[in-house]
Design a protein around this ligand. Structure first.
Ligand code: 1CP
Length: 341
């Protein structure tokens, strides 16, 4: 593949800016993940955080999906990487997910977290970005990302995806909960500005579990922080992802340039309702997993038709799932590039 000297001219970036493009770009959340045998080969041997703090290995993992022909490379780290840099070490627990060694439960725990995170505390990510930039040599744009405060705070207090436990904590510790959201928000702005200043061409803010909140909770715990972060880090196009979010209106008011849609959303309708925005999505990752390939091809075709090759980035409704056959991912990318009439 030829390298492009001006990274601003990449297909993904032009589409992200809302320009009419010759082909709809494609990438996938969790495109570097456990479903890919090549990733598993690279990933073997180290614990998750040892692995993601090893820039050479993390770069190899980030670049694994390149061979499938994706139009962007997302850096390999985790939404918990920033709280680790804020002073909260995590372990990845099998079948559970990231768990802090000492969850934030009190004001004293909270006070130990640094809001002004010196970039030297995540030097391995800066090095990762450098290596991936060098390897790509302008061929593809690089995506950075961060978790949004609600989802990250849920991991920091040790409740993760368990919304009822998160609600209980917030009800019993309203001051600590609020300050934790605020601290994460401020640290996230600096982090995203640093990553984009150093060459990440766009970023995605993940509030994976906020779609399960009531509208009022979403207005209290999710929306204000999306708006704050997106306004505070705006050097590049900004993507907002909330898994299967019922509050599309609030996502669209957040200040994001690109809204990632779930399988519950109608792409064509969203484009009509919010013509100024770019949409990302929304092929069902469950279909990508189960197949068959003909159905994946048909779903891609339908999604591309709804996206009309303008203000659209092809992606899934959520990350590529662990049991997805690589041949299905290959078919997803291939179908997106099929010449269209
Ligand atoms: O050992 C492993 O490889 C475990 C799986 C894994 C991976 C591949 C984890 C642990 N993190 C990652 C990398 C990662 N995490 C990336 C970069 C790779 C890519 O996208 O190609 C990204 C973007 C994330 C973001 C992330 N981590 C999110 C938001 C996206 C989403 O899936 O909604 C969330 C919620 C996490 C938490 C997390 N990290 C890891 C796991 C297994 C989980 C989910 C745990 C849970 O379900 O509660």
């Amino acid at each position: 593949m030829k390298s492009v000297s001006n990274p601003q001219e990449h297909l993904l970036l032009r589409a992200a800016r809302g320009e009419k493009v010759e082909r709809t770009p494609v990438w996938a959340m969790r495109q570097a993940g456990r479903w890919d045998p090549e990733f598993n080969r690279v990933r073997a041997g180290l614990s998750f955080y040892e692995f993601s703090e090893n820039p050479e290995k993390a770069a190899e993992a980030s670049l694994c999906p390149r061979r499938f022909g994706v139009d962007g490379i997302i850096l390999f780290y985790d939404i918990t990487t920033l709280p680790v840099a804020m002073g909260l070490p995590f372990q990845l627990k099998p079948h559970v997910g990231p768990m802090p060694d000492h969850p934030v439960r009190s004001q004293a725990d909270l006070d130990k977290l640094t809001t002004q995170v010196d970039p030297s505390r995540y030097h391995y990510l800066l090095r990762l970005l450098e290596i991936v930039q060098r390897e790509l040599n302008g061929e593809l744009p690089i995506l950075a990302f961060a978790g949004a405060p609600f989802t990250v705070a849920a991991y920091c207090i040790g409740t993760g995806k368990n919304l009822d436990q998160t609600r209980t904590f917030a009800a019993e510790n309203p001051k600590v909960w609020r300050q934790l959201l605020e601290k994460i928000s401020r640290a996230t702005i600096d982090f995203l500005n640093e990553m984009t200043r150093r060459g990440a061409a766009l970023y995605q803010l993940f509030d994976s579990w906020a779609g399960e909140l009531t509208r009022q909770e979403y207005l209290d715990w999710a929306y204000p922080y999306h708006a704050e972060i997106l306004a505070g880090a705006k050097q590049t196009p900004r993507i907002l992802f909330v898994k299967e979010c019922p509050y599309l209106d609030l996502m669209c008011q957040s200040g994001a340039d690109i809204i990632s849609l779930g399988a519950c959303h109608d792409l064509a309708q969203a484009k009509r309702d919010y013509p100024h925005l770019v949409f990302q999505g929304n092929v069902d990752q469950q279909l990508l997993k189960t197949g068959p390939i003909e159905k994946i091809e048909a779903a891609v075709e339908e999604c591309l038709r709804a996206g009309q090759q303008e203000k659209h980035i092809l992606n899934l409704n959520h990350g590529v799932d662990k049991g997805t056959p690589p041949s299905h991912f290959e078919a997803f990318i291939r179908a997106s590039k099929k010449p269209r009439s």
